[in-house]
Write a protein that binds this ligand. Structure first.
Ligand code: SF4
Ligand code: SF4
Ligand code: F3S
Length: 417
């Protein structure tokens, strides 16, 4: 198999096809700390794309409660186990090779799902059982047990930096991976990655229902339609990305699950990609800033090797070993950056869910100091800066301040709208 460069692993890896990249890449950042699991994203997607016959169990977007929840059940644990079996004790990282954009998390020394493949196969994976697809939100809101008082709350409760009893919500869509396992697995070559935006699609006319895409995708995001006998998956709402939404003609807008997010946890966009699959430096692009400058947002299970394009701000209360397994060795740096955000990061975080239009660049105008405190013993100040977002053509699409403005309803309108 050819060698390709995977910057999330800081090294080359084997993949079925030679290196070739889209010019732009669909990408997103999800802030786990803010998610309330209202499932508005889930229903926005469901009511748009998957309400037909054969799609009853399809949740292209789902929000699961970790550590026990998952859809299909235990999807991640099962794939982690496969990697472990192929390479016992070897799934380790070394920070020694850290190198800017090309190896921001150091170097992964273990095996990816492509490298752990049995002889004669291109990947290691498994096909979930029907039972595992049955309950999309099993273990919702189920926390870990309290170590010393099982079944009871501790009288002193929990405090940061890490809770002893915990859970968190994980928001999941197809990652529109740079090296999609689904694409590599399909014997019909029915799956393709679009050169203009990196969106991964299944050609419904070519698909013959072999389901190897379902078996190979470590995130289990292709789903088989037993009625039409072909596979389907998240399409990144490509008509909206292309500016073909009838309500917003000609304007590229974010996907449905992003635009509907009540908790304001999602920011989606398109990033420019270099010939080796790394992101072209774009200092004032909000996604580039969050992933490569502030390093507050991390890929989900980078060790799987598909180079996923949805990034997560990890939940700050969760024990670090669990998070390091899930998001790689960048977790401690990301949480430190989030807990005491820089002036610039605090401003960029305000852009989440302020507009449906995709933001390609931002500019910050300094404001006055409005608050000061200490965080972890160090002084920290908040400034009421203004951040302005621009679209691809350089037009202003949003303007927002760090402090939320307060509007007082006049007395005569107290009970009216
Ligand atoms: Fe394919 Fe799965 Fe990656 Fe989506 S998440 S592109 S379905 S490998
Ligand atoms: Fe569904 Fe669109 Fe979100 Fe994909 S991007 S999960 S198709 S709403
Ligand atoms: Fe290929 Fe998956 Fe269809 S493997 S044939 S796209 S079910």
């Amino acid at each position: 198999m050819p060698d390709v460069y995977n910057w999330q692993l800081g090294r080359k890896m084997t993949y079925r096809f030679p290196e070739r990249h889209s010019r732009w890449q669909f990408a997103a950042v999800f802030n786990i700390n803010r998610c309330i699991a209202c499932q508005t994203c889930t229903m926005a997607c469901k009511s748009t794309w998957t309400h037909a016959r054969g799609q009853e169990y399809m949740w292209w977007n789902n929000v699961e409660s970790k550590p026990y929840g998952g859809y299909p059940h235990f999807w991640d644990v099962k794939t982690l186990e496969l990697l472990e079996q192929a390479n016992p004790g070897g799934q380790t990282w070394t920070l020694a090779g850290r190198d800017g954009r090309r190896a921001p998390y150091g170097v992964y020394g273990g095996k990816t799902i492509f490298e752990a493949a049995p002889r004669g196969q291109d990947y290691v994976g498994y096909l979930p059982t029907d039972d595992e697809w049955r309950a999309p939100n099993l273990y919702e809101d189920t926390s870990t047990a309290y170590p010393t008082r099982p079944g009871r709350y501790h009288p002193t409760g929990e405090t940061l930096p890490q809770h002893r009893t915990w859970f968190f919500y994980l928001q999941r869509i197809c990652n529109h991976c740079t090296y999609p396992a689904c694409l590599a697995a399909c014997p019909r070559n029915a799956i393709y990655k679009r050169p203009e935006d990196g969106i991964v699609l299944i050609d419904q006319r070519r698909c013959r229902g072999y389901r190897q895409c379902v078996e190979a995708c470590p995130y289990k995001k292709p789903m088989f339609n037993a009625f039409t006998r072909v596979a389907e998956k998240c399409i990144a709402c490509y008509p909206r990305i292309e500016g073909r939404d009838p309500l917003h003609p000609g304007v590229p807008i974010e996907a449905r699950c992003m635009a509907a997010c009540v908790g304001k946890i999602r920011l989606q966009g398109l990033v420019r990609v270099d010939a080796d699959g790394t992101w072209v430096e774009d200092r004032y692009h909000p996604l580039y800033f969050l992933v490569h400058v502030a390093r507050v947002a991390l890929p989900l299970y980078p060790q799987f090797g598909t180079q996923p394009n949805v990034y997560y701000i990890p939940p700050r209360w969760v024990p670090r070993p669990y998070l390091r397994q899930m998001f790689g060795p960048g977790v401690d740096e990301a949480i430190a950056a989030y807990v005491a955000p820089s002036r610039e990061l605090l401003a960029v975080l305000q852009l989440f869910r302020t507009t449906k239009r995709m933001i390609f660049r931002y500019r910050i105008t300094p404001g006055r100091k409005v608050f000061e405190t200490t965080i972890d013993g160090k002084p920290w100040a908040m400034y009421n800066d203004t951040i302005v977002g621009f679209d691809r053509a350089g037009r202003e699409v949003v303007r927002v301040t760090v402090e939320e403005p307060v509007f007082v309803r006049p007395r005569q309108h107290l009970n009216t709208i």
